[in-house]
Design a protein around this ligand. Structure first.
Ligand code: HAM
Length: 403
């Protein structure tokens, strides 16, 4: 038997309902915030991710589904959504047009990670990207948006916040950090030795316990912020306080992608096991320029839909639509025609086999139909249809012309 690839799931039945409920809710929130839908291809040039997500990241270093296509192009399945949206933004010359452009998207992402609960190789994100707003109010708006989406889905969270500085304060901090790393280099893991030369701040979120205890004495990024970054960070905290959004400062939150500067944030859940990040994002003011666009401030986030599924509180489903069935073989054609007719305005499902009333009522109940409609010999003869309202528990026989 051929099975799906490891870490790649089918989504059906109840999960699918939760999935679409989440996307509908998140879409509604994003539209209320004035964002517009964008869809980018699943396959992009590998260089796009190398230059944006960064060669030093685990995503590019170890996790890309990368291959040479039949035209000898080096391509890969997108591991995340931001890079493609930035590419589209530049390709459509929106950077040159100026102004504010706000997008949301959802779809599959691919990372060749070790699968475990909450960690898939094909997973789905809902994300937003905002271009052209330098103000930290936009960063706060992103956080409010995630918070609103989670609240509407009945999902509790903890918000972790950090500032990663900018090109004014980062270089000096980076030098100090590298000196510190060199002082403990003999004791750190191989990954951190590599990070020292590729992207030193990534050592701060190393999962190795020995490294973590050594880095307790490392210079703190948050103490190294320049006045501009510090005042933006203070302002962000004030806006969140004013709007009753609780947060924790996590000085080691550096995010796994290289394009961030200033604000970085993660939403975590304590109810889904070790893969606890349910959303992550931040500011990436230099990425448009890195990808050859006109310098444009930008900020965004993405949420991992699979990690949210089991947390979503679905509204109670009320019964909906029609179930139609025949009690006599002769009535099946009629049932098919009436179902087709009903479907022009309502949800309607029919059974192609003649069955007794009890079985039809069971069938209607199984699909949560509001009305069970049945035609037997008497109804055939009289031009009627028997209808039971399964919600109000009433029943009547009506003329087929009135159905
Ligand atoms: P990210 O933190 O890599 O950020 O991913 C965002 C979310 O996707 C995570 O918080 C998690 O919920 C989910 N996720 C990531 N990897 C997996 C996986 N293997 N299996 C299941 N869920 C996963 C980004 O992707 C950035 N593009 C976010 C962003 C947008 N920053 C600015 N704009």
């Amino acid at each position: 038997m051929i099975k799906s690839l490891r870490g790649m799931n089918d989504i059906l039945s109840e999960d699918y309902e939760r999935f679409t409920y989440f996307i509908d809710t998140a879409t509604d929130v994003a539209q209320k915030y004035g964002f517009h839908f964008i869809e980018t291809p699943l396959l992009e040039e590998t260089a796009l991710f190398k230059r944006s997500v960064g060669e030093s990241s685990d995503i590019v270093g170890k996790e890309m589904y990368q291959f040479i296509d039949k035209g000898e192009n080096d391509v890969c399945l997108r591991p995340e959504g931001t890079a493609g949206v930035v590419r589209a933004f530049i390709q459509k010359k929106l950077d040159k047009a100026g102004g504010i452009h706000r997008f949301f998207y959802h779809g599959p992402m691919f990372r060749y990670e070790r699968p475990q609960k909450g960690r898939l190789r094909e997973f789905h994100q809902f994300g937003v990207e905002s271009f052209g707003v330098e103000s930290v109010y936009e960063d706060a708006t992103m956080i409010m948006m995630v918070s609103d989406i989670l609240k509407r889905c009945g999902i509790g969270y903890r918000l972790q916040l950090n500032s990663l500085g900018d090109q004014n304060c980062m270089p000096e901090y980076r030098d100090n950090l590298v000196s510190f790393i060199e002082s403990v280099e003999d004791e750190i893991c191989e990954d951190c030795k590599r990070r020292k030369s590729t992207n030193p701040i990534r050592v701060l979120d190393c999962k190795n316990e020995k490294c973590q205890s050594l880095y307790a004495n490392a210079p703190k990024l948050i103490n190294a912020l320049c006045d501009g970054c510090q005042s933006d960070f203070d302002k962000l905290k004030k806006v969140l306080d004013d709007n009753n959004i609780a947060y924790e400062i996590d000085r080691n939150l550096v995010r796994g992608l290289d394009y961030y500067s200033k604000t970085a944030f993660e939403f975590v859940s304590d109810n889904i096991g070790s893969q606890s990040a349910i959303a992550g994002g931040g500011r990436y003011d230099r990425l448009v320029e890195f990808l050859d666009g006109r310098p444009t401030p930008a900020v965004g986030f993405a949420m991992g839909i699979e990690r949210l599924l089991e947390l979503i509180e679905m509204p109670q489903h009320s019964r909906e639509g029609y179930y139609l069935g025949a009690m006599d073989d002769e009535a099946v054609d009629l049932i098919v025609s009436l179902t087709h007719q009903k479907r022009q305005s309502d949800k309607a499902v029919c059974d192609f086999k003649a069955k007794n009333l009890k079985n039809h009522l069971k069938g209607a109940d199984k699909i949560n139909a509001r009305y069970c409609c049945v035609i037997g010999t008497n109804e055939m003869r009289d031009g009627t249809i028997w209808v039971k309202d399964l919600q109000n528990k009433t029943e009547e026989t009506i003329k087929r012309v009135d159905f």
